[in-house]
Design a protein around this ligand. Sequence first.
Ligand code: DO4
Ligand code: MG
Length: 277
Amino acid sequence: MKLFRTTQGAIIEDAGHFYQLSSPDWDALINREDLAHFLDGERRRSTLLPEFSLDQSGLLAPIGKQEVWAAGVTYLRSRSARMDESRATGGDDFYDRVYNSERPELFFKATPHRVVGHGQKVKIRRDSDWNVPEPELTLLITSTNKIVGYTVGNDMSSREIEGENPLYLPQAKVYDRSCSLGPCILVSDEPLPGTTEIIMEIRRGAQKAFSDSTTFANMKRDPARLVDFLFCDNSFPNGCFLMTGTGIIPPDSFTLQPGDEIRITIEPIGTLVNWVG
Ligand code: DO4
Ligand code: MG
């Protein structure tokens, strides 16, 4: 079942039908441990929307008061790209070590006001000439440490700043509109299978500037273990989102330009579309 946040409130999509939820408090709703079960009951009680267009619904990013965190270097492709970009400055060894360590790389990514949703503009930093999107399967976790849903995430990153010195990571990663989440939350108590495909396409005008795909099976870490590390002596009163790292990085010659369209698809969640602006 999919859960959308819109200017008209929360909407459930089930088997192609849309239902309006009465629940007015988004933060209380998505922090429910029994979210899947609760929505199942709500769907039966809610009114079917006879006509509903997501494009005209005032779709919002599916975030309220939650923090967004991110895991890094969880795919081999991320390890090798970071090693390449930081070799000249001597930072490459850190990425190799974190890829092989028991403790994962976890970093703070965004407060809600830095997050945009489907159809909105993401930003590239004005002090960086080498910028990429990172398509990441993103977990929704309750305050009680339970994964209750999944969304599509874009961890916008400056490779120039990150490559200059690993200590610059927060500046490479955290800035206004540096994170996109959406278009909805796939609510499920079941882990997503390893065959889940993550596809990214970048369009520049009428041309395809880049495309690639990977599967969740290529991720080295167990999502539940990432959550255990994140919640170690760390509380999230409204729950949180955790991006699970990128397995797709464009070639070093590629950098985003204003106007580029970034399309990230993870079925069965959907496609998250953003423009650079
Ligand atoms: O350590 C740098 C960032 C890693 C990251 O964002 C990723 O692997 O997705
Ligand atoms: Mg990332």
